[in-house]
Design a binder for this molecule. Structure first.
Ligand code: GLN
Length: 474
């Protein structure tokens, strides 16, 4: 059974009295149970979700239900929920119980969603395949010998396999958009500062954003409507008005200027991906959009810039897990020094340790100027590339990943190959702009191919509009 349905369609049935939240929750719980081999969840809130569903059914009857009434949501295990274990996919936080709700959780709770569980992920959100979790790899729902993408692997699979109506992920360099593309669903990374990060365990604070996975662009718009906006608890969360996203989706493509970066559509692009994207581009042209070639001349530096800056920030953010202040403490210690060394050596996995070492190196005196400072300067150039391109166009279309879902283990021994998978996604995080991935088609094996729409800062409206169009025309 795969009960993949958009919230918009479920909501109609719910408010007609043809469906109940209680029965939908039990259907999702049954899928979670029958597809345990996907390893999508780290904890499931069986009884609590059912109880909450009944309470929301009651609110619907009384006409007091919130805007997302009965939406069943899974949460990446990097977001704090009061009283719930929050592992970040790491042994380091195996027993960490959050003592407060993240702002996004609070806002969704107030909108009457039902939280169904916490999802598996690459440790501390570092990875592109879902294989770096201390709790085992997450599997692709259409072919369990393949990866679903990462790092928000479980949240993506939850939606793609019908274990929840929507989910929350985080995107530091592509972790919402890339798995959405590999699994054939919708994933949104909002503008940096659009959504509060309060209660999100930090990986790279100047890149991280929280966003939804959904079965449609409209569902993503509904969720962003609720979670966006200023928050006193996060000083990087911007005081920018939140428009009415859903009503702004009007399907009009006539006169829209859409950019294709020539660096992203080079001869190196996989031919199957190119032809699927070309079909969508033709549909846009047919609907009256103008397609314009743009240039992002610093594209070749995005991966190296991202992996210098994100690891630098991570090495600083992860310093707090030392066996004393936070997290796992090794039982095999002789003195203070060995407590630090052993707790960190035993508590973190290989990829996290690689990143801490890389990040510490680029920040160390003597190398700071050559790596960290230089990368900050290049980040500015990459931001400028987008500012220039957006003077000519309303949004930009790109591939989402260089290949479709790859085999488990295929890139695990070659970190550079894994990092190169992020080639089309990290630029949005470097520039702080929003990115939406929607399904575009499939390769000859039937594996999903996604398309990415990048927008101007705080202009999620345009990417929702184009995303909704691309998702619905064929
Ligand atoms: N794949 C990228 C990385 O490993 C991005 C991860 C993310 O967005 N959290 O850093």
């Amino acid at each position: 059974m795969n009960i993949r349905e958009t919230y918009s369609s479920f909501r109609e049935k719910l408010f007609n009295g043809d469906e109940s939240v209680e029965s939908r929750v039990s259907e999702h719980l049954a899928v979670i149970d029958s597809r345990k081999s996907l390893n999508a969840f780290l904890s499931v809130f069986n009884d609590e979700a059912s109880l909450r569903a009944r309470a929301i059914d009651e609110k619907i009857k009384q006409g007091t239900a919130g805007p997302l009434a009965g939406m069943v949501i899974a949460v990446k295990d990097v977001l704090c929920m009061d009283g719930k274990v929050t592992t970040c996919g790491s042994k380091m936080l195996e027993n960490y119980q959050a003592i407060y709700d993240a702002t996004v959780i609070q806002k969704l709770r107030d909108a009457d969603v039902v939280f169904i569980g916490k999802t598996n992920m690459d440790e501390f959100a570092m990875g592109s395949s879902g294989e770096n979790s201390a709790y085992g790899a997450t599997k692709h729902p259409m072919d369990e010998s393949r990866v679903p993408g990462g790092s928000s692997s479980g949240s993506c699979v939850a939606v793609a396999a019908g274990m929840s109506t929507a989910s929350l992920g985080t995107d530091t360099g592509g972790s919402i958009r890339q798995p959405a593309g590999l699994c054939g669903i919708v994933g949104l990374k909002p503008t940096y500062g659009r959504v509060s990060r309060y209660g999100l365990v930090a990986f790279a604070s100047s890149f991280d954003q929280i966003g939804p996975f959904t079965n449609s662009t409209k569902d993503a718009a509904r969720i962003l409507q609720v979670i966006a906006g200023k928050d006193e608890l996060d000083s990087t969360c911007a005081d920018v008005a939140v428009p009415d996203y859903l009503n702004a989706i009007d399907g009009k493509m006539k006169g829209k200027k859409i950019g294709l970066p020539k660096e992203y559509f080079s001869d190196a692009l996989n031919p199957e991906i190119r032809s699927v994207l070309q079909k969508k581009i033709d549909l846009l042209l047919h609907a009256g959009a103008e397609i314009v070639e743009v240039s992002l001349p610093n594209s070749e530096y995005t991966i190296s810039t991202y992996y210098i800056l994100a690891t630098a920030e991570a090495s600083s953010n992860l310093a707090r897990y030392d066996g004393a202040r936070y997290g796992f403490r090794s039982p095999n210690v002789k003195d203070l020094q060995s407590m630090f060394v052993r707790s960190r050596s035993e508590g973190f996995g290989r990829e996290v340790k690689r990143r801490i070492m890389l990040g510490t190196y680029v920040l160390s005196s003597g190398y700071y100027d050559a790596y960290y400072r230089k990368a900050q300067q290049v980040r500015r150039l990459i931001q400028n590339d987008f500012i220039n391109a957006f003077q000519q166009v309303d949004c930009i279309l790109t591939p989402i990943a260089p290949t479709t879902a790859f085999k488990l283990g295929e890139k695990m021994d070659d970190p550079l190959q894994m990092y190169l998978n992020d080639i089309y996604t990290v630029s949005a995080n470097l520039a702080g702009i929003p990115g939406l991935c929607v399904p575009a088609g499939a390769d000859s094996n039937g594996l999903p191919i996604g398309i990415q729409i990048l927008g101007k800062q705080f202009d999620e409206t345009t990417i929702f509009n184009v995303g909704d169009f691309l998702e619905t025309v064929n």
